[in-house]
Design a protein around this ligand. Sequence first.
Ligand code: HEM
Length: 454
Amino acid sequence: MLTALWAAAAALVVISLPRWLPGRVVAVRGWVFTRINGDESIPVPGDLVGVDRFREVYSHPAASGRSRGAALSDLFWYWLSPGPEMHQEHLEEGERYDAVALATRRILSVPRARAEALTRRCVTRTLRDGQGRERRGVVRLRDLMMPAWAEFSYELVFGEECPPYARDLIVGNADDVVTALKCCGLRHMDRRDRLTAYLVESLPRVRQELPPGLTDREQALYLQGTFFNTAVVQMSEATAHVLMALAQHPEVQDRARGGDDRYLDQVISETLRLYPLFGIAHRVTTGDIPLGEGSAIPAGSVLCFDYPSFHRAGFPDPERFDPERFAPGHAPVRELNHIPFGMPANRPCPAWRLAPLMMRVAVRETLRAYRLDSTAAHTRSLPNRGPCLLTPLGAPRGPGHRLTLLFMRFRDDWENLWRSLVQLVLGTYMVWDARRLRLCERHFADLPGDAIRS
Ligand code: HEM
């Protein structure tokens, strides 16, 4: 009798593991990261700066340091290697930053009709398999979308259709970076280096003007960081989030399929509110930021702007997915706590105009072809890469449909459990390794004094 009771209790613990263990593991991971990385940052919003002053502090001219002086930067440089010192997002202000930012703006300044047509072409191609047949069944939305955005970026930069070999190199690189960033896998420098070598070789074919004064390798790394990593990762994740939200809200999906672009924009805004691509964006203060009544944030502080917290503040029932928040007649977007592309006054995303247009086309094309369903967890960091069942529109939902969705849920729960343990181990190793290598700290230490700002 006692043995049976013990067996039942043990079975109960095992069955309930996916419910409680991942949360505990995340807490342990946070604790380990802070221990190794140092608890050096000021969270915003937080005790010192509330939600009401979030925009003011983020926009302050002294909130402009990007990499230098923050231990956290060593971690981002590690994940983005090779070439974080050439990545626009991580360059300090100065001549080099200006040249790089100008080149990015130039490459992104495509006419709207061309960007839409290119997106349509890349996405419809990706929605078919190698034999040109419609895909169907369970997919991971991030993986589904990545080749499309790889081809898009390639054509933007080279002005010609992306060959499969280049697409695979780009996807291999982008997937490796984002997988490491989420601590779901270690870095594979060979995949990243292969793309760098390809880009160095391909520089003469680049149609756009690249930042002057850089070596060939630096120009290749600039393209790799901004267009073949950030652009591909961000667009794949953002599109996966929107499709995932639609897959879990059938009534919203039906309405979005109706062809009303304004409604689709509301869906995109609400998705990026609930699932902003940045968890935190950090800045190192280059001077004091006065807070009034004699207090100030001192120069050299590391500010961590917390997007998910900001995006939830001031919205009623903030966890609910509700595109109506952005419907005409509600508060104008500029008055809402909603900055999916960053702060206009402090290095916002250069793709803030183009990205929503591209997403709209990608989502429209997918909805035109498929009915989407998902029972998997939808969280901001999307470590499960968005499991989703694609059923060609008009095709009957077979008897296995419900069963597939039940199995998806079950598999996702257990994957989540296993993944959280993997993230704990690999994350701890990478944080330790990044602190050991100190890529950012060493870069600035090696610069001659007068070159530091460029
Ligand atoms: C929906 C898609 C995207 C979202 C939601 C997004 C979001 C953001 C955000 C919030 C920032 C500012 C972070 C900060 O304050 O530190 C940023 C910066 C940046 N984004 Fe995007 N992004 C997207 C797509 C893209 C694309 C397609 C590109 C390709 C060029 C891109 C390139 C960059 C770069 C280079 C920066 C750094 C800007 C600088 O520091 O000057 N992003 N993005």
